[in-house]
Design a binder for this molecule. Sequence first.
Ligand code: ADP
Ligand code: ZN
Ligand code: ZN
Length: 733
Amino acid sequence: MSRQYADIIIDIVHGAVDRPFQYRVPRELEGRLSVGERVKVPFGKGNTLRDGYIIGFSGEPSCDPDKIKEIREAEEDGTAAPVQLIRMAAWMKERYGSTMIQALKTVLPMRRRVKPAQKRYLQLAVSREACLEQLELCRKKKQKARVRLLEAFLEDPVLPYGMVVQKLRVPSSSFQIFLEQGLCRIRTEEEYRNPVHGPAGESRRLVLTEEQEAAVSGLLEVWKGDRRPCLLYGITGSGKTEVYMELIRRVTAEGRQAIVLIPEISLTWQTVMRFYREFGEEVSILHSRMSAGEKYDQIERARRGEVKIMIGPRSALFTPFPHLGLVIVDEEHDTAYKNETAPRYHAVDAAIERCRLAGGMAVLGSATPSASSYYRAQNGEYHFFQMKTRAREESFLPTVEIVDLREELQAGNRSIFSRKLTERMRETLERGEQILLFLNRRGYAGFLSCRSCGNVIKCPHCDVSLKLHRDGKLHCHYCGHEEPAPRTCPACGSRYIAGFGTGTQKVEEMAGKLFPEASILRMDMDTTSRKGSHDAILSAFANGKADILIGTQMIVKGHDFPKVTLVGILAADLSLYSGGYEAGERTFELLTQAAGRAGRDKLPGYVVIQSYAPDNYSVEAAASQDYEGFYWQEILYRKLLHYPPVYRMLSVLVTSRDEEAAGERAKEICGLADGKEGLEVIGPAKAPVSKVKDIYRYMLYVKSEEEEPLWALKQEIDGLGWDGQVLYQFDLE
Ligand code: ADP
Ligand code: ZN
Ligand code: ZN
């Protein structure tokens, strides 16, 4: 096919230009451009130079050839995305409602090369523990530059020299002493740097258990066969990671590449290290805290075949591997896989689509699969593999006890710790073992409200209540807005204005009063905002530097703390009231994961779940670690109320700076759906968070037994055409 003309998507986020435009390929670029390439083209009346992406070629002009403009320049770094990624973008645009350019930007590798790879590095030459000790020392001596450097080392043991001197503003005189002491050294390197550092190739290959063997051979059969998606349902500690690694070994041996998605890299550093020990330099990672240049380097290494395995959160799915064979989605139920900005894709569905396009295989793994994945596995749409026992024989499942908080209150105990939990805490501390206390919240005392008029202080930009922190200021957890806490109610002037609820800081205080001799660490968004502090808290706790760790969601994911034998869940049912048909599922997941933190090693573990709704099925099933029990109840509820995965549901989010326009549009869409047979409409209503960063949000839901009418409706909505944005989420099965 002749490639005289190129179809180009212009880099402007605007509905009206969201279609390809044809441009002529100039003679000097003939044969040198490919799909996915970024080019500069004249656009509009003034022929302003714009960036654009080539999405296809043709030999025929689509209109008068004299009117077709010419491509000006090509960015010749040879990083054209494989056609597959362009197809991914088209799929996302259709399914989730975004402009093509938003979708392209999501899937295409970062191609603007920020800087050539740095040549000199400072490398930490001692253990993390030694680094932490030095950090404490420098903090005490108030040596600020050194503190900055050491904190950066905790984040990444190899730092570009230029970054240290310029960005961190650490003069070489400050680290001269570290160089002399051998705490760090200077290293030079020409090639792309690898963000994973550590002892490679020290893996001791484990002998797989029978269950692991069975899962591996089943998965390999699928690999040789139809390559439909697979669900690996294995209880916590059943050794899913070993199964993934074995599968990756086989698939990469055939010259294909693998992507491992994890919910958030900082939370599962231990997993990354396990892969690195096994696969060494063939592994790389991507994560949100890397700079654009660092990400570019890794994507480049993957494209050139230096890396065969990419580990990262959802965006790692778009690694431009030439022969992708396998995508593993670990903890597939995790809500972090939902992208919250346009295109609002779900990484599990996107992974399946990416594999379909690449002729590869998707493997979803979880100890508590999402109801919809389990449903598909039951229907035979996915292959299903199960592991029911823990891989290491010596570890036990914990003993779980539920405490009814209503009874506590009746018995006159108004503390946040029930009598049972207090007793278990005392025993655990006496045995010299560790405790995790889990709370589904953060901030000192939640929100501020007026006891006279009931006014709750909200963020001026977002429709959420501001949270009172210990610094005496009110913070918005959505947009970061802060303001001083008022002394009187801004609405009525009353002085009776006070905090509500319990936060992690409060729990810390109370635990300190109850057990003054225990040392306590707290981990939440507030204590981990400083660079490196996240890891510092975790390694301090893992090294036994504290008896109790208090935290939010962050502490329940993926960590192995062998000396933790008691997990206390302070208010199990908070997430039951979060609204949405998935509230029960969220609660069950959270509780099971939290409970799974207890007794991961040789010591027997205890879990105390405190709840106001102890007979709720999600709480009960979590307590008995009974996923199937939960699942069948949940599916029954979804069937009765026509929710996914039994019914298909289209969620429509209408956003606009103009509140009235958004509301009107939402109503109009409901009108479109209302008359149609087989469609059930819920809404429209303000979204649960009805304003974010001054953009108003309305929601509506349309349910249907079949998929087809929902797609037809979406086409109609797209046809309405206006300036605000309409986003979709399809829960098709
Ligand atoms: P999961 O991801 O299913 O929760 P992991 O893969 O983290 O489980 O494994 C749990 C623990 O069991 C890890 O410490 C791992 O090293 C160990 N393990 C896994 N497979 C085996 C095996 N075949 N033999 C011995 N120990 C194993
Ligand atoms: Zn008031
Ligand atoms: Zn805000």
